[in-house]
Design a binder for this molecule. Sequence first.
Ligand code: PLP
Length: 373
Amino acid sequence: PLYLDYGATTPLDPAVAAAMEPWGITGFGNPHSAHLWGYKAKAAVEAARAHVAALLNAPSEAIAFTSGATESNNWALKGLLTAPGQTRRRIVTLATEHSSVLETAHYLAGIGAQLSIVPVRADGLVDLGDLSRALGEDVALVSVMAVNNEIGVAQDLAAIGQLAHSVGAVFHVDAAQGFGKLPIDVEAMGIDLLSLTAHKCHGPKGVGALYRRPFTSITPLLHGGGQEDGRSGTLPTALIVGLGEAARIAAARMAADHAHALALRTALLAALTVPHQVNGSLDRRWPGNLSLSFPGVAVPLIQRLPGLAISAGSACAAVTGRASHVLTALGLSEPQAKASLRLGFGRFTTLAEIDAAAAQINAVVAAHLAEFA
Ligand code: PLP
């Protein structure tokens, strides 16, 4: 099948694979060792850290490597709410956040935190008035994602950062789907904590980072040797080099990648001949995401498209079989949500693949509509 599931994960860039290779084999030293093997690995890790930091306009010391965005989100939320001296108890987040934020927030709510989940508008964006009404001096953390994994919409981070700071709350951004794709500036956007992962921007799986604004106090999630400023565990040099290279390439190619994804999306929408509706704002989004629903179709279309490697909602929802909480938050019914298609494409996708995908979708939807006409 054609791979159009960049929201689930992206193909490893061959240049990233090449950069990683020596660090998985000959460069096996422990980056924490005080001898030549260690120093070499450490230098590679620090070069990667600088590339990640540069892409966020952050100082290198503010970047701690983790196993990915799930760990970073867990660390940000649990670490802040349980930090010594933390007197604020409330988390404010959105209905459309990733499960690694929502489930962590629910866990914390079960052990004494308070949780406010703000709804989104039908276009997937949060109403800033609604968000501001949910805020107060008891809020420890406002957590809002950069780019939604299911519908691609990009929230107004700078405005949300200002609102969070107006009540003295810490602003956390889950940038799993935004890092390396859209410009993110932790200074200009007032971001205090930011989660990122390599595998959504052509890096390897199993590595990510948490940006922590200097002096933001969070407790460790993983106690032990204390390697990453409190995040313990021997660093995976090859994976980190891969993340750094993915960040370096993304910085150089951001405008070109964006233009390519936009051209593909424009072609895909133009090639759809069946009635369709785009889920989420078409203007404020990463263009390499297109989430579609089809009026009159309420069957899981994905099962009828064996030629396309795509998903209905998130890859996680595919496992549970539940209707996407993101699409229902936009007002779609459960059957409509299950009938939706999420296409994800980008750097390595061709126009021919997009045309082929549109032809398959047209055929399946038209056949379904004819059957029930
Ligand atoms: N947050 C968002 C928005 C995501 O799309 C993902 C993807 O799976 C994650 C968090 C989790 O990232 P990871 O796979 O690195 O744990």
